[in-house]
Every structure is written in C-alpha cells, then in structure tokens.
Ligand binder design. Structure first.
Ligand SMILES: Nc1ncnc2c1ncn2[C@@H]1O[C@H](COP(=O)(O)OP(=O)(O)OP(=O)(O)O)[C@@H](O)[C@H]1O
Length: 121
C-alpha cells in the first residue's frame, strides 16, 4: 500500500508542476531553459557542463515553484494589504531574482568562451 501512497503523491507533484507551468514567470524560465539546452547541443558542451547547466535550470524552476507557492499562500492568508505579507512576497521574489542572476552568470562562464572561440575563429 506504501507504493500506492507514493504514486498518489507523485500525481499531486505532477499537478503542482502543471500549476507552475500556467504561471507567466515560470513559462519564461522554461523558455530560457530550452534556449540554453539548445545552445548546449549547438556548442557540444561537456558532460560536466551539462550537469552544471541542468542543475542551474532545475534550481531556477524549483525556486520559482516555491515562490509561486508562497505567493498563493500569502494571497489566501491575507487578501488585504498587510505590510508583513508584502515583505514575505518581496523576499520570495528576491530569492528568484538571486537564483536567476546566478544562473545567468554560470551561463556566461560556460558559453561566452565558446561563443568567442567557436563562432569567431
Ligand atoms: N497583500 C499584500 N500586502 C502587502 N503587499 C503586497 C500584498 N500583495 C502584494 N504586495 C506587494 O506587491 C508585490 C507584488 O505582489 P504579487 O507578486 O502578488 O503581484 P504580482 O506581481 O502582480 O503577482 P503575479 O506574480 O501573480 O503576477 C509584492 O512583492 C508586495 O511588495
């Protein structure tokens, strides 16, 4: 019966991913991820580079999912204006911004040298 419980949890988790994919910001991050994966194939990045890139994409989506969950919880708990709720939402959005900046920097570190050596020479 444990396996049935696990399967049910998996179904709920998939439903969560479906909810995430209806959000504009998440759709943008998925699109950015697709572009980066395409660039990875184009530049034939190494196994280690793939591991780093996939981890970055995963982390951005995970933080985006947690941010969306926090936003929805805030909206439920306090539909009216509340200073503390505002701070919670700002912090949560800040986490997404930090992770996105880190991912972009990592992307630059991996792709910029390839862009210069493989397209210019
Ligand atoms: N209930 C609230 N009380 C205080 N401040 C709030 C509240 N709701 C939103 N805010 C402020 O407005 C900002 C944006 O809120 P929120 O992310 O809900 O709006 P949005 O960007 O329009 O939402 P969505 O991401 O769903 O489009 C928050 O980071 C926070 O500063």
């Amino acid at each position: 019966m444990q396996i049935l419980k696990m399967l049910r949890s998996f179904r709920y988790a998939l439903a969560g991913i479906r909810i995430l994919l209806t959000e504009n910001n998440a759709q943008f991050h998925v699109l950015a991820g697709v572009v980066v994966v395409a660039a990875g194939f184009y530049f034939q990045i190494s196994a280690n580079e793939w591991a780093i890139i996939i981890t970055q994409i995963g982390l951005v989506l995970v933080v985006e999912a947690l941010n969306t969950a926090i936003e929805k919880l805030c909206d439920f708990v306090s539909p009216e204006y509340e200073q503390l709720i505002g701070k919670v939402k700002d912090l949560s959005a800040g986490a997404v911004l930090i992770m996105s900046i880190v991912a972009v920097i990592v992307g630059f570190i991996i792709f910029l040298p390839k862009l210069f050596t493989q397209t210019l020479f």
